[in-house]
Design a protein around this ligand. Structure first.
Ligand code: HEM
Length: 418
């Protein structure tokens, strides 16, 4: 399928033969041109097979209800790294990353429990004041009357500081965490990727794991664990004996989990809110709608484009026969625009009934462990923006990420009018 579809995406989506639709092409997301293809698939072929993609043959699950079916049926739809893991793109042999997002039960659950206290309500309460203070400072220091890059100055600044706190990592070195996050998610064949081969990617992540191991050794001593992720991993029965490769994989998961997703919700949310000033006015008039704004921002952006599973046996989904070993891809960006599940899904609406019922955090046993933290960070950001009554304006088009996995925004020029 031709990747250069941004100008005529709708016409192309509806005129090409159905069986030629390949939604794995990263340019579709870079050009923000993917929705018409999913719209047609939801209507005409909701569980769609494409045989010839760059990433091999795969099934696309595009409707909300079918995504839910796959997500909660983890016995039939496995996340196991040994079967290929959770991304459409298979991990290259010898460079697999066995983190708990790529495990089934019981291994997944035991490990997830080891880190979940870091983002549980008690710890979130402890962190709230600090997040608010940092957010306030970042907003107060933004330039007035001249354009700046919102992604760099706000979204990356806030999420990188948060990540450093979660790992109890030196704040002044937080850019290294950002770099390793980019290394983890990039498509190595793009010219501006931070690494250009799997070997190079793995070498960088080994450096990250070595740095984390040094912190681990310091914190693994006899004392009670502190509140950071490394201490929790070092002290939990399920994880204290993990090998270097799993440490690498786990840290890389936690870095990406806490970084790209929230970062892109901060940027995508700004675009959506400024393009829909009436919706923002609703929140100005009623602060009780802040939670709804946050959920709508996350649904509307849907920062994780897809998660993949592998069928552990022959099965059927929406009348299609799926064979054992087939790749099954849940397209969250499509499920969150499904007209059968969400009223007027194309519109950004504050105050939707059941605003939290979206698929951006996934569903089932792998549902995002950091969802409440992400929501809290976004809520504080919007509270502080509205408190200051900042006259924010978008000063140019966003530059989007080349990826079929993270719906990312690399830069967004913004001005604060005096
Ligand atoms: C708006 C922000 C966020 C979004 C949209 C998001 C999205 C997701 C999604 C879709 C999954 C499901 C994976 C699957 O089904 O295979 C997931 C899992 C996960 N997320 Fe998030 N995430 C966000 C924020 C965070 C934060 C702040 C953390 C902080 C640590 C985090 C850590 C994780 C981890 C560790 C998993 C794996 C859970 C498991 O396998 O049990 N995420 N996230």
């Amino acid at each position: 399928m031709d990747a250069n579809v941004n100008s005529d995406a709708r016409e192309d989506a509806y005129t090409r033969p159905l069986d030629s639709i390949d939604v794995s092409i990263p340019e579709l997301y870079q050009n923000d041109a993917y929705q018409p293809y999913f719209e047609r698939l939801r209507r005409e072929d909701p569980v769609h097979y494409y045989a010839d993609s760059k990433f091999g043959p795969y099934w696309s699950v595009t409707r909300y209800k079918d995504i839910m079916t796959v997500a909660i049926n983890h016995q039939v739809f496995s996340s196991k790294w040994e079967l290929g893991g959770v991304r459409l793109e298979d991990q290259v042999q010898g460079y697999e990353r066995p983190s708990f997002i790529q495990m089934d039960e019981p291994d997944h659950g035991q490990r997830r429990m080891a880190v979940s206290p870091a983002v549980a309500p008690a710890n979130l309460q402890r962190m709230e004041g600090m997040i608010r203070e940092r957010t306030s400072r970042v907003l107060d220091e933004l330039p007035r009357g001249r354009p700046f890059n919102w992604v760099q100055e706000v979204s990356i600044e806030l999420t990188s500081r948060m990540l450093a706190t979660l790992f109890d990592w030196p704040l002044e070195d937080r850019h290294r965490l950002m770099f390793w996050s980019d290394v983890t998610v990039c498509h190595v064949d793009t010219p501006d990727a931070p690494v250009h081969s799997e070997a190079e990617r793995y070498a960088e992540l080994q450096k990250m794991a070595a740095a984390m191991k040094a912190l681990w050794d310091e914190r693994a001593g006899g004392n009670a664990p502190r509140f950071d992720l490394i201490s929790m991993l070092a002290h939990s029965d399920a994880t204290r004996n993990i090998d270097f490769r799993e440490l690498l994989a786990t840290c890389s998961l936690l870095i990406v989990g806490g970084n790209d997703t929230t970062r892109n919700s901060m940027t995508g949310g700004l675009i959506a809110a400024l393009e829909n000033p009436v919706e923002l006015d609703k929140v100005r008039a009623d602060a009780g709608l802040l939670d709804s704004l946050v959920s709508e921002v996350i649904r509307y952006q849907t920062p994780v484009i897809h998660m993949r599973r592998t069928a552990t046996r022959d099965t059927e989904l929406a009348g299609r026969a799926i064979k054992q070993g087939d790749k099954v891809v849940m397209w969250y960006v499509s499920g969150n625009r499904d007209e059968e599940a969400i009223d007027e899904p194309e519109r950004f609406v504050v105050g939707r009934p059941k605003a939290r019922q979206h698929l951006a955090f996934g569903a089932g046993i792998h549902r995002c462990v950091g969802d409440r933290l992400a929501e809290m960070q976004l809520k504080i950001l919007w509270e502080e923006i509205l408190k200051r009554d900042l006259a924010l304006e978008i000063a140019g088009p966003p530059v989007r990420l080349y990826s079929n996995f993270i719906r990312g925004i690399r830069s967004l020029p913004v001005v604060i009018r005096a």
